[in-house]
Ligand binder design. Structure first.
Ligand SMILES: *Cc1c(COP(=O)(O)O)cnc(C)c1O
Length: 400
């Protein structure tokens, strides 16, 4: 058994020279062709490609409507607007996410209320949502963290009982399914992101899917300054040139250039998902007998979209802490990452009065997790490099 003071900072030479990021887009000839074609067309924004892209996503996830936005964050803002979140409204969400899932509540003047996560799925725990519901609670924003669906049965039931709107941040969840239903058709509104690290990309971009016509109309109006050209909805007289701004909206439109790219990317979505799954399964097999790490949970009845592959360190079986292992893997040119710093630990949220200790499970998890590179463009060599590097570094620091 190695003694603690025998363990020095790992100092091996990297076995690879180029840096492997944790995620990266896949752009091929078809994508280039689609973008060039649209640039030569009549519309480069607010043209027909937007509706094509929206319809393709809606059909795939099984929702009636879809509205494209300039980013996933803009889409979340619009969803909070459509859910009528205002000053004094409380919205329950998870701290184990990117800041945007909770910032959108603040954009509307609402108050984020953080519910702790489940220690195994790292998703918001229905048990911790329940005691936080008050007569001010208006909505729940869930996140299908890493691509693992949240516990929809319990959450939708809870929401129904208390008349809450469920907005699902599925930035990680395109293609994932829960008990046979695709994410995007379960919550009241579901957000997808098309940032380059996500499943498909439009550079920047996002979308909301919904089955609710009222939400759909509000989303459309919010995306375009709060303006309507629909005569039936106008409050004042109708001249032929007339349009009406009825609410304060934004310019959150996606361009047709992006929608053309999105549509071309979307044709490859099942290939992308399969590649991600294959790599995740390869990691699972390679790491299955390592005693000092916990591998991602495979939930029964769910299909993960494998946006992230997260390992959890058993610190009691290691001679060091997470930072050291992070640094050693970075030195190997393996672009490990940490998803996420619990949102309320950021200085801005601390200033708003949120304090450490609020969600103990999320804070403990945060100290122990590392995201490994996972994206369809990874070569066999990239994958093997990650596996070798992780095994080498973890066993170097393991108490054996
Ligand atoms: C990427 C991401 C967002 C934001 O999406 P953008 O398209 O970058 O604005 C929101 N929530 C989560 C969980 C994300 O991963």
């Amino acid at each position: 058994m190695k003694k603690k003071d025998e363990i020095a900072l790992y100092g091996g030479e990297p076995t690879r020279n180029s840096y492997l990021p944790y995620s990266q887009q896949w752009i091929d000839e078809d994508d280039l062709k689609a973008v060039i074609e649209i640039l030569q067309d009549d519309f480069i924004t607010t043209g027909p490609m937007i509706a094509h892209f929206e319809q393709a996503v809606a059909r795939y996830v099984g929702s009636q409507y879809a509205v494209a936005f300039s980013s996933g964050t803009a889409a979340l803002h619009a969803a909070c607007f459509a859910a009528n979140i205002n000053k004094n409204d409380e919205v329950i969400t998870t701290p184990m996410t990117f800041a945007a899932s909770s910032n959108c509540i603040l954009y509307c003047g609402g108050k984020p209320v953080f519910a702790d996560i489940d220690s195994q799925t790292y998703n918001i725990s229905p048990k911790s949502i329940y005691p936080l519901i008050t007569n001010k609670t208006k909505a729940i924003i869930t996140v299908d963290f890493t691509g693992q669906p949240v516990e929809y049965d319990e959450i939708m039931q809870l929401a129904k009982k208390h008349s809450l709107i469920v907005i699902d941040d599925a930035a990680h969840g395109l293609g994932a399914s829960y008990k046979g239903k695709r994410i995007g058709s379960i919550g009241d509104m579901t957000m997808f992101s098309f940032h380059p690290v996500k499943h498909i990309t439009t550079g920047e971009g996002g979308m909301i899917t919904t089955n609710n016509k009222d939400f759909y109309n509000k989303l459309l109006q919010f995306r375009n300054h709060g303006i309507t050209r629909d005569l039936r909805k106008m409050k004042m007289k109708h001249e032929p040139w007339y349009y009406e701004m009825q609410t304060l909206g934004y310019n959150y439109r996606m361009t047709d250039i992006q929608a053309a790219l999105g549509l071309s990317q979307f044709e490859k979505v099942n290939t992308f998902l399969l590649e991600r799954k294959k790599i995740a399964q390869k990691y699972n097999r390679a790491f299955s007998n390592m005693e000092s790490i916990i591998l991602p949970l495979q939930q029964e009845g769910c299909i993960s979209s494998w946006h992230l592959y997260i390992i959890r360190l058993k610190l009691e079986k290691l001679h060091t802490h997470r930072t050291e292992i992070y640094k050693a893997l970075q030195k190997e040119n393996i672009g490990v990452n940490v998803h996420y710093i619990p949102v309320y630990l950021h200085p801005y949220y601390q200033q708003l009065g949120y304090t450490r200790g609020l969600c103990p499970q999320a804070e403990k998890t945060y100290e122990e997790i590392l995201t490994l590179p996972l994206f369809p463009k990874m070569t066999e060599e990239d994958q093997n490099h990650v596996i070798t590097g992780v095994k080498k570094i973890i066993s170097y620091y393991s108490i054996d």
